[in-house]
Design a protein around this ligand. Structure first.
Ligand code: BES
Ligand code: ZN
Ligand code: ZN
Length: 497
């Protein structure tokens, strides 16, 4: 999809589908009135007939048959007060989807009612919304057999402004939005891929391919190398599977970088629970247990094109968690990097065990800041639901900046506490630390466990168990992997500290 800027009266924009944004309780803007006049009153009639009030997500299609070949669309933007760039993501997604479903090659969206505030962010949000909203994972649909024709998204998305002033800023925004949206879709593809094909080896190959295309350095460690380095956590979890594990490292190293950020992502390509086997409904979606790994790879992909002055290393420990004959057992002790011994209380709490090696490795690399991203606990899902990720941090500034980045990126992130009192729950009986706590507060004890492996480094942990996958279509995401955290991480790294 190409993004362009158009000027002049709305009714004269060249496009198959022309959309006009309307605020709630202010549907009749000067723009709407002018366009209505040009259309001989069709706009108002359609709005009246459908009782259109500009509610967010609502729309009215205006038939112009006999008068013009174009379709017009009134798009509700919701309340003007409290509108954010996410309002534009949703609107742009709606317009692009409608264009796709009506066979439009060119769609246009008028920004007049939005105004000219921060056109760069507006351009970014529109490009993200249009591209993310029309994303589909159809690799495994045999179109020819059921006779369906593939619905192609529009090839051009025009953003109409009354005057050409904000053109440059809009175009800069489009470019940034395109880079970020493509990287989110890269992550979504990895998450949506079935577990039988996206094995740890294949995951590593996909990372290598991405790194090659992005001009990044990629190193993949095999079991022998892991053993040499002492990655006993990842090796322990991998014992129950026939598929060999991998440790993926991708590096972005610009000249003159003043800080080094490590992004660690949980890469369990399938979580059966191990010997503490999950029941069927708990296991069904467990291909998405590598969504944290996909997110950090998506983020470094975007970062490599946006070129911030920060060194970034993405680390992804990847394996299946299976109950094979040599599987690690409840009661076992494993030795991750960094010297602390881990007693296994439950083999299904494997994410923190493989991440401990990644965190230890990040410390050894000398990272100043470490952020890990993981589909870590069902408890976090219970606490925050399926739209938000949990944030834990040992550094106030990092926490604040991550919350701000998430807000700008349009992703929901909510801070949760690291209560020292709960450390007692994860004291080991025969080893230093145990991988499970008591029944309650599971998201917190999981985060406390991870904190044990970051030493004195600034660290934050994103628990994305709920929001990494959606069971129903969202305003700009279809059912499946969401690519959550790519946008927040990219914003965090590219914003000035
Ligand atoms: N991958 C799961 C967490 C999860 C659950 C992600 C649901 C997405 C949706 C993780 O490995 C796990 O099984 N955690 C256990 C920990 C427990 C055994 C302490 C959990 O949350 O139940
Ligand atoms: Zn598990
Ligand atoms: Zn898991």
């Amino acid at each position: 999809m190409k993004f362009t800027v158009a000027t002049g009266p709305t009714a004269e924009v060249q496009a198959d589908l022309i959309a006009i944004g309307a605020w709630e309780k202010a549907v009749e803007s000067p723009e709407a009135r002018a366009t209505d006049r040009a259309l001989g009153g069709l706009l108002q009639r359609a709005a009246k007939a459908e009782d259109f009030r500009g509610k967010e997500g609502s729309r009215v299609e205006v038939p112009t048959a006999g008068l013009r070949n174009q379709r017009f669309l009134l798009v509700g933007l919701g309340k003007r007060k409290g509108a954010t760039p996410d309002t534009l993501r949703k609107a742009a997604s709606l317009v692009a989807r409608r264009g796709r479903d009506t066979g439009a090659r060119t769609v246009a969206f008028s920004l007049e009612s939005w105004g000219t505030r921060d056109p760069r962010r507006a351009g970014q949000a529109i490009a993200e919304g249009a591209l993310l909203g029309t994303y589909e994972f159809d690799r495994y649909k045999s179109k020819k057999e059921n006779g369906e024709k593939k619905r192609e998204p529009p090839s051009e998305f025009r953003v109409r402004v009354p005057k050409a002033g904000p053109r440059r800023a809009l175009e800069q925004g489009f470019q940034r939005g395109q880079i970020i949206a493509e990287s989110v879709c890269f992550a979504r593809d990895l998450v949506n891929e079935p577990p039988g094909t996206l094995t740890p080896r294949r995951f590593a190959e996909e990372a290598q391919k991405m790194a090659r295309e992005a001009g990044l350095k990629c190193t993949v460690l095999d079991e022998k190398e892991m053993e040499k380095r002492g990655m006993g956590g990842l090796l322990g979890v991998a014992r129950g599977s026939d598929e060999p594990p991998r440790f993926i490292q991708v590096e972005y190293t610009p000249k003159g970088a003043r800080r080094h950020i490590a992004l660690c992502g949980k890469g369990i390509t399938f979580d059966s629970g191990g010997l503490d086997l999950k029941p069927a409904d708990g296991m069904l979606r467990m291909k998405y247990d590598m969504a944290g790994g996909a997110a950090v790879l998506g983020a470094i992909r975007a970062i490599s094109q946006l070129k911030p002055k920060a060194r970034v290393t993405a680390l992804v420990p990847t394996t299946e968690n299976m109950p094979g004959p040599r599987a690690y057992k409840p009661g076992d002790v494993v030795r991750p990097l960094g010297g602390k011994t881990v007693e296994i209380g439950n083999t299904d709490a494997e994410g923190r065990v493989v991440l401990s090696d990644a965190l230890g490795h990040a410390v050894q690399l000398g990272a100043d800041e470490i952020i890990d991203v993981a589909t870590l606990t069902g408890a976090c899902m219970v606490a925050l639901g399926i739209l938000a990720a949990g944030l834990f941090a040992n550094d106030e500034k990092m926490a604040r900046r991550l919350l701000k980045s998430a807000h700008i990126a349009g992703e929901k992130l909510w801070r949760l506490p690291l209560y020292e009192e709960y450390m007692e729950q994860i004291k080991g009986e025969i080893a230093d630390i145990k991988n499970v706590g008591d029944r309650y507060g599971g998201a917190i004890t999981a985060a406390l466990f991870l904190r044990e492996f970051v030493g004195d480094r600034k660290w934050a942990h994103l628990d994305i168990a709920g929001a990494a996958f959606t069971e129903k279509d969202l305003p700009y995401c279809v059912k499946g992997g969401t690519g959550l955290a790519v946008r927040t991480l990219t914003e965090y790294v590219t914003a000035s500290p």
